[in-house]
Design a protein around this ligand. Structure first.
Ligand SMILES: Nc1nc2c(ncn2[C@@H]2O[C@H](COP(=O)(O)OP(=O)(O)OP(=O)(O)O)[C@@H](O)[C@H]2O)c(=O)[nH]1
Ligand SMILES: [Mg+2]
Length: 238
């Protein structure tokens, strides 16, 4: 069983089950408080989840670039804030800070996911303006982040083409929890054996409500479509 979040399947002891329920219940209560606070400030918050290296930070960099320059900026004009979650290092924070966006690093140490208490702590420090967009990059992990509500408006799952078409079937919980699934690294398709149709249909089999996007965050393909959808969503949530 995972030591930090108790996400194991084989919970033999009643005490372990109770502890797990308590942890999740406390987290859910905090997440609801955060959600109410963000709603009161009209702050739209996205929780970006994926396995390590699927391209969360690259997608975030390219999304921020599009929201802060060019035609999409004229439609958005939003203050942007970022919370970076990693076990160790502040590498991703440096990448985001280079775009002149307020960013706060949370290092979880042995922890394999962010929790609502981290969002709360980060919001207190970042103190985001009203009508902002807040991105949370979760710790790279396709399992535990699915259990922990961070108080976000939407959950965005990123899966890259190098991970294979069977990931929705092997890790269904995170696909079920997500509102959006972004298939990244489509520039690599000529070099891979992945069956994209199977990846799409597996994702939709697990969660028929998923909104799917296909992008190359590195090359920019599909990024305007994703960002335009994001702008529409922001307008709807106001
Ligand atoms: N070919 C290709 N490479 C990509 C793409 N997006 C990201 N990468 C590369 O994938 C690697 C990991 O990208 P990151 O953006 O750091 O991934 P991440 O999900 O933030 O990683 P962690 O935060 O460590 O979990 C880097 O070498 C990126 O350049 C893409 O669309 N195409
Ligand atoms: Mg990253």
């Amino acid at each position: 069983m995972c030591e930090t979040c108790g996400c194991g399947e084989h919970l033999h002891e009643e005490r372990t089950v109770t502890l797990k329920q308590d942890i999740l219940q406390e987290n859910n209560q905090q997440a609801e408080q955060i959600r109410a606070y963000l709603r009161s400030k009209r702050i739209y918050c996205l929780n970006l989840m994926s396995s390590p290296g699927s391209g969360k930070t690259t997608l975030l960099e390219e999304t921020i670039r599009r929201l802060t320059v060019g035609t999409i900026r004229e439609q958005s004009q939003l203050p942007i804030y970022v919370i970076e979650g990693d076990q160790h290092t502040d590498n991703d924070t440096h990448r985001i800070a280079a775009l002149h966006v307020p960013v706060l690093q949370i290092n979880t140490g042995t922890g394999c996911h962010l929790e609502a208490k981290h969002t709360m702590q980060a919001i207190k420090q970042l103190n985001p303006e009203e009508d902002a967009i807040l991105f949370i990059e979760n710790v790279g992990n396709l399992v535990c982040p699915s259990l922990f509500d961070l108080g976000e408006t939407r959950k965005v799952l990123i899966v890259s083409t190098t991970e294979g078409e069977d990931k929705p079937l092997k890790y269904p919980y995170i696909f079920q929890e997500a509102d959006v699934c972004i298939i990244n690294k489509i520039d690599l398709l000529p070099y891979l054996q992945i069956d994209m149709q199977a990846l799409r249909s597996n994702a939709l089999k697990v969660n028929p409500h998923l909104r799917l996007f296909e992008v190359s965050a590195l090359k920019g393909t599909g990024m305007d479509i994703w960002c335009s959808w994001l702008i529409e969503e922001l307008a709807k949530c106001k």
